[in-house]
Write a protein that binds this ligand. Structure first.
Ligand code: ADP
Ligand code: MG
Length: 357
């Protein structure tokens, strides 16, 4: 697989603070890449630097092996789709799509018939065949998003940067547009770098997921690897599916605010550790249920449950007031009927816990 873009130690500061701190990665051709990070972690800055709207303070960016230093944004062959779509309100759908082709610096398309055909092809690709003459003010949010995408794709970029492209859509539409975006990308065979603050979106969409934490790449791996083996406590926290504890490793156990968790032999190294157990690795048992040797057990008071399709998430209060979350998949064992304020045993396997340094 060849590399479309490579960043080498890219650093960019704002008012003394590093918005991007020695960012290093290479993205493959023809792939869907998610970039996940909390608000303020530098996601937009990273896209702006790649697009050429900002120059890095140091480091370099290689596009198909060539350095991009000093190359103007419109000469980079990189497309950008903004969160707010940024369409021209006075132009029709077709005119919006044609705009980039007609006005591009390199090889502008002026032949009316060629232009019309390219616009048609592109509208078909994004599922908007027949919408050419509509005003962009008279189509839905999802359709506007497709126009924004079509307007970028028509210029045939090799890399498309999408800054929270689904952020402005309602939840229902967001789900459908996930599938749609993936399909459109597959049809045109270019690399999409999709920025999102949503862990479920990042994991569902990316062939490769990059996690940004305070301007640094905290992990770059497949969804599966990120979900099952987050590289740090910060990554586990952003995934929103791990209970995390700070504490200390003493002998063969992790000692934290919720008590003493016996550890597997392989997990005793970290000097300043955090302990993590995924929501769906925990079972809820009656308070007096037996515990096995390979298990860790704590007690907590049931607060409430939340159903979401195939799973139910149950919230418990630990004795120190922290909330502990358990996710039970309804296709497995149905959790027992839980009584508010009653005390339960929460149990997991020692080997399912992660301990971070
Ligand atoms: P994200 O898109 O992940 O929410 P940003 O890339 O917008 O984060 O911002 C990263 C950091 O850079 C933040 O700390 C932000 O305050 C800072 N920053 C971004 N743009 C500017 C700017 N124009 N002036 C000053 N600081 C900025
Ligand atoms: Mg942003």
């Amino acid at each position: 697989m060849s590399t479309v873009i490579q960043l080498k130690k890219v650093t960019k500061s704002y008012g003394g603070a590093a918005a991007l701190d020695a960012v290093d990665f290479a993205l493959p051709d023809n792939a869907y890449i998610s970039l996940l990070g909390p608000s303020g972690s530098g996601k937009t800055m990273l896209l702006r630097v790649i697009a050429g709207f900002e120059e890095p303070d140091s480091g370099s960016i290689l596009f198909h092996g060539n350095r991009l230093d000093g190359v103007a944004p419109h000469d980079r062959g990189i497309g950008f789709v903004f969160q707010n779509f940024a369409l021209f309100p006075h132009l029709s759908v077709g005119e919006n799509v044609a705009f980039g082709l007609r006005n591009r610096k390199v090889d502008p398309v002026t032949d009316v018939r060629v232009l019309a055909r390219r616009v048609q092809d592109m509208l078909t690709l994004v599922g908007l065949k027949g919408f050419d003459d509509r005003a962009v003010t008279q189509i839905s949010g999802g359709q506007r998003q497709r126009v924004a995408l079509a307007r970028t794709l028509v210029t045939e970029p090799k890399l498309v940067l999408l800054d929270e492209p689904l952020g402005a859509l309602d939840a229902n539409l967001r789900g459908r547009m996930r599938t749609e975006l993936k399909a459109i990308r597959e049809r045109c065979g270019v690399t999409f770098l999709h920025v999102t603050g949503s862990e479920s979106e990042a994991l569902a969409m990316g062939d490769l997921v990059l996690v940004l934490d305070a301007g640094r790449i905290a992990q770059a791996a497949s969804s599966d690897a990120i979900y099952n083996r987050p590289a740090s406590a910060a990554v586990a926290r952003y995934l929103n599916c791990y209970n995390l504890f700070a504490g200390a490793v003493v002998d063969d156990a992790f000692i934290g605010p919720a008590g003493r968790f016996p550890l597997n032999a392989s997990r005793r190294k970290a000097p300043q550790p955090a302990y993590a157990i995924r929501y769906d690795r925990v079972s809820i048992r009656p308070q007096d249920a037996a515990k096995f040797d390979d298990e860790v057990r704590i007690e907590a008071d049931f607060i409430a449950s939340e159903y979401s399709g195939a799973a139910v998430n149950s919230f418990f209060a630990l004795d120190d007031g922290h909330v502990f979350e358990v996710e039970s998949h309804l296709s497995h064992a149905r959790p027992p009927a839980l009584v508010e304020k009653d005390r339960y045993a929460l149990v997991w396997k020692k080997e399912d816990a992660l301990v971070f340094g």
